[in-house]
Unconditional design. Structure first.
Length: 309
């Protein structure tokens, strides 16, 4: 383009694809003023004005407001600074759109009613900190005033939901279910009972050193028995039960007696709640972790096997 070329507003409109009224508005606002006017008062624009208009159009296409564009053109702020700020804003918009998409896909999958749709949208758009606060409040209430096993409490507090920026529908589903679960008074009361029992066991020195190992042993042994069709009250179950009771008695520093079995059954009942296992499964889905096979059926089998009637 020849530096001496001048354009009328109509020619500039054809060159840029912008409406004449838009260019006239930019001229009137001083954003792209005419380079000069003809004797009849018509606006004329030179190559610099055309280049300035190209920049304005590009920035507007990127969502930059006119006030900021004027500051860029006046060299009060740099284009790089503006670009960085708007890129950050777009990141937020993109995360919001991805979240909305995931909610809509989850709604389509579940066939949600209007009330559930509103709840899903409200819960999904919470910030990471707000989501963590819902869970930490639940944990705080569960353990308040109790000296529970520090390792168990640390595990609970470290496993917080981290919904990704681009969640899958099942992750949105899991988060909504988790929020509903920790808000359920019945579940909160059940977890509080578990915590109180654990604190009492710790206080009297009866809490095993490695409860996770005992849990894995119980789950593995009984899962195999269930797979083999072994009923908990059958003769075939006795050696399995005897082995597990012996392991629990040793971990508790005692021996296998009828009294110990009754106490073991009682504390296993307190600690067995399908909702508690579901809590961990939901955390795993939200965070993209491996979801472990359900162990609650094994502990329910064990409870039945320990009945003394």
């Amino acid at each position: 383009m020849d530096g001496g070329t001048m354009y009328t507003i109509g020619e500039l409109a054809r060159r840029t694809g912008l409406p004449v009224r838009t260019i006239r508005f930019y001229s009137d606002e001083g954003i792209v003023p005419p380079s000069r006017r003809t004797e009849a008062g018509y606006r004329l624009y030179d190559a610099d004005a055309a280049a300035r208009l190209d920049l304005v159009r590009t920035l507007r296409d990127l969502g930059v407001d006119l006030g900021t564009i004027q500051r860029v053109l006046a060299r009060e702020i740099g284009v790089g600074e503006v670009a960085a700020a708007h890129a950050e804003a777009l990141d937020v918009q993109i995360r919001t759109l991805r979240l909305r998409r995931a909610v809509l896909r989850a709604v389509a999958k579940r066939g949600s009613d209007p009330e559930e749709i509103e709840l899903m949208h409200k819960l999904a758009r919470l910030s990471d900190e707000e989501r963590r606060r819902i869970i930490t409040d639940f944990i705080d209430e569960s353990f308040a005033g109790l000296d529970v096993d520090p390792g168990f409490e640390a595990k609970m507090r470290s496993a917080l939901p981290e919904l990704p920026d681009d969640p899958a529908p099942e992750q949105v589903d899991a988060w909504v279910e988790l929020a509903e679960l920790v808000g359920d008074p019945g579940f909160r009361a059940s977890v509080r009972r578990m915590a109180e029992h654990q604190a009492a066991e710790v206080r009297k020195g009866a809490y095993p050193e490695d409860p996770a190992r005992l849990g894995r042993l119980t789950g593995e042994k009984i899962a195999a028995a269930i797979a083999d069709g072994v009923e908990p009250r059958s003769d075939a179950a006795r050696p399995i039960v005897d082995e597990l009771v012996a392991a629990y008695a040793e971990a508790s520093g005692t021996t296998d007696t009828p009294e110990f079995r009754r106490e073991l059954r009682r504390r296993t009942e307190i600690g067995t709640d399908r909702r508690a296992e579901r809590y961990w499964q939901l955390i795993a889905v939200i965070n993209g972790w491996e979801v472990w096979p359900a162990m609650t059926p094994s502990f329910e089998w064990f409870i039945e096997a320990l009945r003394d009637d």
